[in-house]
Design a protein around this ligand. Structure first.
Ligand code: AMO
Length: 587
């Protein structure tokens, strides 16, 4: 080894020891003839002291630049009292260097790894990611990622799960995004698809009798990117045989509680709260509600359906709703209300109405005069509103009202500081519908087409598909969908019925999923599972706002890698080998 110790681990117990350290020059200061260098390795920083009494080392230290890689031998000494740095774990000591060797010099770095996120633009950080990784933030995040993965692996191994990989060059798996395609040289004109998830393979594992499988699996989805979405991301994927919803939910709860304890020392109470999909939308306007604060949506449609206020009565008559939020004791300036209304419009609402509850507990506001005395007081009651409260109201179709108020709720939660940042708020969302309307008269899977319908709804599968419930569950943390799963269909006849309802023709089903339908004929056991987005989990554990900050080499919002410049054009020759020609003739 080139070194005897790690920089970040030296303390008063080491005083007097001769040690050799190696690492990067974080910075250099010259003070009264002495030279101080902060030396950094993965474990942390320690101060090196170069004294002119050791002329060779001192002279060399004058040439050091930031991010040079050096090896320093010397004796650990206690710092003078006035030089102790209480902000540094090694701040009580320093290394009096006897011998210095430059292992490699560095070009002037594009930024200091110490610099905060705000100070360096992200593309630069990603282009020089190896410099960025030297900073505390990325180092801590990646270590946390490692610890999270280890904790999961240990837990599942203890529960008799086997970690098994599935193919990356494969066939389309329907998870609702576009596929990334890979052309085949040996089979010209044919393409592999990268897996959107290992869904069908893990089901084949169950058919193959493996009973308990997990994988920390890379998934690929060509979709528009956001802070919590990457084109390639990592799932904890798992599947179990001979189980029902409760078994999967129970196992995952136990695992999450263990992981939270082992990574951030948080104690999570189980069983986790559960909310039906319907209730989540009705009360929070979202199927991944942030339950760290209350502020629930209140439906007053029934109270105002007969009112003289046309916007209310006609909306309800057309099947829409009148819903709102009670912002307790807040006085908003007119400009703030205008901003909220603007936001509501951006989100697709026709407008936003507001009313205040005055000192007498009466409703006041521009539209209030259209309402009878009785209606006004029933509205105040419905919101349990107090004097000084502000009511924000929307009249729209149910979906828009929920969506917009759900977003305003989050906005207000942040604006009014209602969110307890220390809290970990997990919840299960259950009783999902199996299908959603596809907008052109048909239906699509809410989860994926292998999800089992609730038994009691089997008879209305064809007649009333939109009323069919699924044996599906999502787990949500602090308002972010962390994972989703379901009990699967294990009988071919039911799987084919679902395909029919989805409007998938038998030919299409055979060509896309023939291999899987065939497998269902050969003794498929009842089974179910789940997948958790691990980037998202680590992001929340790390207190970050983007999964890019917990992924070593992420892509930008345009799905590009500033580091490697991928994706790239390819040589004409490569295209020819693959039997491909670019349509617009551009290279
Ligand atoms: P689903 O599609 O819900 O389920 O994905 C599971 C979880 O994966 C995470 N996730 C993502 N994370 C980062 N970037 C993305 N682009 C991205 N897309 C999804 C989310 C999500 O909750 N096969 C099913 C699971 C099953 O049924 O067992 C599936 O993949 O956290």
């Amino acid at each position: 080894m080139l070194r005897t110790d790690s920089c970040g681990e030296l303390d008063l117990n080491d005083v007097g020891r001769s040690v050799t350290l190696a690492g990067w020059v974080a910075n250099r200061r010259d003070l009264g003839g002495l030279t101080f260098v902060d030396l950094r390795d993965r474990s942390g920083l320690v101060q090196l002291l170069f004294n002119p009494d050791v002329p060779d080392a001192h002279e060399k230290s004058q040439q050091l630049n930031r991010e040079d890689v050096i090896k320093a031998e010397g004796v650990v000494s206690r710092r003078e009292k006035e030089n102790v740095n209480p902000n540094l774990p090694t701040g009580d000591v320093e290394l009096e260097v006897q011998k210095l060797e430059v292992l490699n010099s560095s070009d002037h770095p594009p930024f200091s790894p110490k610099k905060g996120r705000e100070e360096v633009n992200e593309v630069t950080r990603l282009k020089y990611r190896y410099v960025d990784l030297r900073g505390e933030k990325m180092r801590d995040n990646l270590q946390l990622r490692h610890r999270t993965f280890q904790s999961i692996r240990n837990f599942l191994t203890g529960k008799d799960f086997w970690e098994i990989e599935t193919p990356i060059l494969t066939k389309s798996t329907p998870e609702g995004a576009r596929d990334f395609l890979v052309p085949s040289r040996l089979n010209k004109g044919k393409f592999y698809a990268l897996p959107q998830s290992p869904q069908l393979f893990k089901q084949l594992f169950m058919i193959g009798g493996l009973e308990r499988y997990f994988q920390i699996a890379r998934c690929f989805r060509d979709e528009d990117l956001r802070a919590e979405r990457q084109p390639e991301f990592t799932q904890l994927d798992l599947e179990m045989s001979f189980v029902q919803e409760e078994d999967v939910i129970g196992l995952v709860e136990e695992m999450l509680a263990r992981v939270m304890e082992e990574t951030v020392g948080a104690e999570i109470e189980t069983p986790l709260p559960r909310l039906s999909y319907r209730r989540a939308l009705d009360l929070y306007g979202s199927d991944s509600p942030d339950l760290r604060f209350d502020l629930q949506l209140v439906d007053i449609s029934e109270l105002v359906e007969d009112s003289d206020f046309g916007i209310f009565s006609s909306t309800v008559a057309d099947g829409g709703v009148v819903k709102g939020l009670d912002v307790e004791g807040e006085e908003f300036a007119r400009s703030e209300l205008d901003e909220l209304e603007e936001k509501a419009r951006e989100l697709g609402a026709a407008g936003l109405l507001w009313a205040e509850v005055n000192e007498e507990g009466e409703l006041e506001g521009s539209f209030v005069r259209h309402l009878t005395e009785a209606t006004r007081s029933r509205i105040v009651d419905a919101f349990s509103a107090q004097a000084g409260d502000l009511l924000l109201l929307l009249a729209d179709d149910r979906e828009t009202a929920n969506e917009v108020l759900g977003q305003l709720r989050l906005e207000l939660g942040r604006k009014l500081d209602l969110i307890d940042e220390e809290e970990w708020s997990f919840a299960w969302i259950v009783e999902f519908p199996l299908f959603g309307a596809d907008g052109s008269g048909g239906v699509t899977s809410e989860h994926h087409p292998f999800t089992c319908p609730a038994e009691e709804d089997l008879e209305i599968l064809e007649e009333e598909p939109l009323s069919v419930k699924a044996k599906a569950y999502d787990v949500v943390l602090n308002g972010l969908e962390l994972g989703g799963g379901s009990i699967r269909i294990h009988r071919r006849d039911l799987q084919e019925r679902i395909f029919r309802v989805l409007g998938i023709t038998p030919e299409e089903a055979r060509s896309k999923f023939g291999f899987f339908l065939r497998a269902l004929n050969y003794g498929a056991p009842p089974h179910g599972g789940i997948a958790l987005g691990l980037d998202r989990l680590v992001m929340l554990l790390a207190g970050e706002e983007s999964i890019r900050d917990v992924i070593a080499f992420p892509k930008t919002g345009m799905a590009q890698s500033p580091l490697t410049d991928a994706p790239m054009e390819v040589e004409e020759e490569q295209l020819r080998e693959l039997g491909l020609r670019l349509r617009d003739g551009k290279k």
